[in-house]
Design a protein around this ligand. Sequence first.
Ligand SMILES: C[C@H](N)C(=O)N[C@@H](Cc1c[nH]cn1)C(=O)O
Ligand SMILES: [Zn+2]
Ligand SMILES: [Zn+2]
Length: 525
Amino acid sequence: MYLTSACGYLLFNIANFVLNLQILALSVIMLLFEAGVSSGLENQIFQYIDLHQNEFIQTLKEWVAVESDSIQPELRQEVTRMVELTADRLRAMGTTVELVKLGSHKLPDGQSLPLPPLILAELGKDPQKPTVCFYGHVDVQPAKKEDGWKTDPYTLTEIDGNLYGRGATDNKGPVLAWINAVESFRALKLDIPVNLKFIIEGMEEAGSLGLEEIIKKENQRFFSDVDYIVISDNLWLSNRKPALTYGTRGNICFSVEVRCGERDLHSGSFGGIIHEPMTDLIALLDSLVDTSGRILIPGVYDDVASLTEEEKKLYEAIEFDLEEYKNNSGVKKFLYDTKEEILSHLWRYPSLSIHGIEGAFHEPGIKTVIPAKVIGKFSIRQVPHMDISIGEHQVIKYLEDVFSKRNSPNKLKVSVPISAMPWVADINDPLYTAARMAIKTVFGQDPEMIRDGATIPIAQTFQNITRKSVMMLPIGAADDAEHSQKEKISRHNYIQGTKLFAALFLEIAKLHGQLQEASNTTTTN
Ligand SMILES: C[C@H](N)C(=O)N[C@@H](Cc1c[nH]cn1)C(=O)O
Ligand SMILES: [Zn+2]
Ligand SMILES: [Zn+2]
């Protein structure tokens, strides 16, 4: 009797000890997980990525070498070549690629120019797996060495761990990082835990011409089995801390043409006796914003959603190094001095920027000429709930009013070549949870939850039409200088970014499994 109860006691203690061990092991796993420690599978993939980084950089070099500028009509063939190069790369990793014709568009001079095709691609069709659709672009903003580049913009050049070149971060580097991630799974003969779809275009920098129509058309087909849409085409708020982006501003671009006649005139023969188009244009452009950056067009601020207390608190909590941000810009003084003011004016209020004047003499030296036709270009970054068509109307009416007060006989023509809506997503969406986990695994820290002052023309369209979760997962750092003469991506971000996308596939698969399990339990109950 005594022996039996002693045995029972011993067994009870052993069972307890085993249970405690299990709890301890589970806690350690949870702790490691929270601290961003990767699993064996992740480690295997990460090691592969580290070992092959020079090959990934070589491919980026080949891509940057293509002058796929979508703004200048004479370079359109290069954009098409870049799209084909991308399609080849996707095909080489087993992806089914469809090149969709987008037709052509009309240039301001009436000429019609073909648009580059759009890539719709897919890899895997397992109904048990979630489907992730990646969107990116392989066109770039214009760049010339004479603009002030220290290195040739189309020769990817590594200096102190940074890879300089047009498109390095916007958006060839991140597009390739997605491809590298998939290639790494395949090279290791590992099962990719998600089905993948790719939508890659060559006209983003020109406002994603033709894309919205295709999304509408493909909603019931290409997008029907998509669960999540991920865009990696923006920057962190900091040079070092990763971020997840849940909103962008929109953009309405204006062209303001003022013309006096058919040909340029000698300023000695006609200066002082005519109304000069350039003088009219400068006056029009000068009437748009005041010295504090406030837009002077009546009604522009009417529909802007007011900043909520919740948003203010969110901004207060964000880590933001104002000096670092200033240094990145090379500008000594900003219009605002506090973090809250800067973030709200970048993300939550509209801004107006003047981009250039076509037709004006801009070479070194002075050409004593009166240009006959000049075209001013400016744009307004829009925020929720501004209405694009109301905005267009307000601006055109305002410019006509200002012009009419000048009593100029010149001809004024205002047009809107590009407009794009702002985008905001729900950060409580499970897709954001998966991305946070992946960021923690790769970068060992939580991301900053940010919005972006720039525009992804198609982001809101994706959300409105497909009704799928849309997330922006950037890998570029705040000092990557998109659209500028020092555009770069660091070797570190390019390679860690590749790992991030691989980790995201695993996290999405895990999360999807959990979600499905939860929904099955609810159904059974
Ligand atoms: C954020 C993205 N990398 C980008 O640069 N987008 C462009 C798109 C655009 C807007 N208007 C015309 N093109 C941008 O925000 O300037
Ligand atoms: Zn971009
Ligand atoms: Zn861009």
